[in-house]
Design a protein around this ligand. Structure first.
Ligand code: AMP
Ligand code: MG
Length: 311
């Protein structure tokens, strides 16, 4: 894996690699992605192989602009325009009917496609230079934590890809909200930074939220977001300094910020750090059980060791 400079030359070289079916690691505002040209059968096959991702788990397509979204997906649903206006570019993925030109292997042979316009400017620039939608699942081996900075990339994945671009730490830090618009009622199938409350406010109420343990989506496997280190939630972290990401002097605890956006931004970094330092356990603060923290709880429910911590 070559680290390409995050400038016009580096992005151009990355685009050339993607255009001939190569794969590489790219920054987005949610988590780092493992990208390929979503229309390349070779690229898509390489992504599934490199991640060890089950073939029934379809790939999110990333577009640079609305025109590109319309080439991939049928956007006639009346909510698309206002959702796009309010949340794109940004961490909201829409599931829509797929155009016939979409590669079947990239959507697990189904009739729908998941698509978003990412906010990270390097990612959007890269898509524009490639002239193709990019499929970009998280840049981890299937079942591992999603990386939120380039240092977190597993060497076993790095050796299988041609390039990586360092776009700095991810500002959102958890995977995008996914809203399915192909059913009778819009359904949030993965919670994220864009909360159901904001979607309801925009669309006027009619939205359902499917809990991850209700299943139905391949990405809803139980221990999807778990670190190797046993993880515990606690109400009392004592008098610790803020999130510093040096190995904690106070045994096995990391303090995360008290706002949901900032907590999300630091969460995977904290879990990754615990694995990296070889801690025998990690305690982090238990967030409040309020709607603003829903996406965090979704990840914690799959990561904590003791079910009673979730009560
Ligand atoms: P990620 O693993 O973060 O790339 O997210 C992929 C998830 O998005 C999948 O596990 C599905 O839940 C959802 N998804 C992606 N593509 C589709 C699709 N074509 N139809 C329905 N859901 C999809
Ligand atoms: Mg993932």
């Amino acid at each position: 894996m070559r680290i390409l400079p995050p400038d016009a030359d580096g992005l151009m070289e990355a685009a050339m690699i993607l255009r001939r079916g190569g794969i590489g690691i790219v920054p987005t505002e949610t988590v780092y992605g493992l990208a390929c040209d979503a229309t390349s059968a070779i690229g898509v096959a390489s992504i599934y192989r490199a991640k060890g991702r089950p073939a029934d788990n379809p790939l999110i397509h990333h577009a640079a602009n609305i025109d590109m979204v319309q080439q991939i997906a049928d956007c006639s649903h009346p909510a698309v325009e206002s959702l796009a206006e309010s949340f794109w570019p940004g961490p909201l993925t829409l599931i829509l009917p797929a155009r016939p030109s979409v590669l079947p292997e990239a959507i697990a042979g189904g009739s729908t496609v998941a698509v978003r316009i990412p906010a990270h400017p390097m990612m959007r620039h890269l898509i524009s230079l490639t002239f193709k939608p990019l499929a970009a699942p998280s840049a981890n081996l299937s079942g591992q934590l999603s990386p939120t900075s380039l240092e977190q990339i597993d060497p076993k994945l790095a050796e299988q890809v041609e390039f990586a671009i360092d776009g700095g730490p991810c500002s959102v830090g958890i995977e995008s909200t996914i809203l399915d618009l192909t059913g009778e009622v819009p359904m949030v199938v993965r919670t994220g930074h864009v909360t159901p409350a904001r979607l309801r406010a925009l669309l006027g109420g009619q939205i359902e939220v499917r809990r991850h343990d209700e299943g139905g989506t391949p990405g809803s496997y139980a221990r999807h977001y778990a670190p190797r280190t046993p993880l515990f939630l606690t109400d009392t972290l004592g008098d610790l300094p803020g999130i510093g990401f040096q190995k904690p002097r106070h045994a096995n605890q990391i303090r995360l910020p008290k706002k949901p956006e900032a907590y999300a931004e630091g969460l995977y970094r904290a879990l990754f750090s615990a694995d990296c330092w070889g801690l025998d356990r990690l305690s982090i603060e238990r967030p409040p059980r309020t709607p603003a923290w829903m996406a965090i709880w979704d990840r914690l429910e799959r990561a904590v060791t003791k079910a009673s911590d979730l009560e």
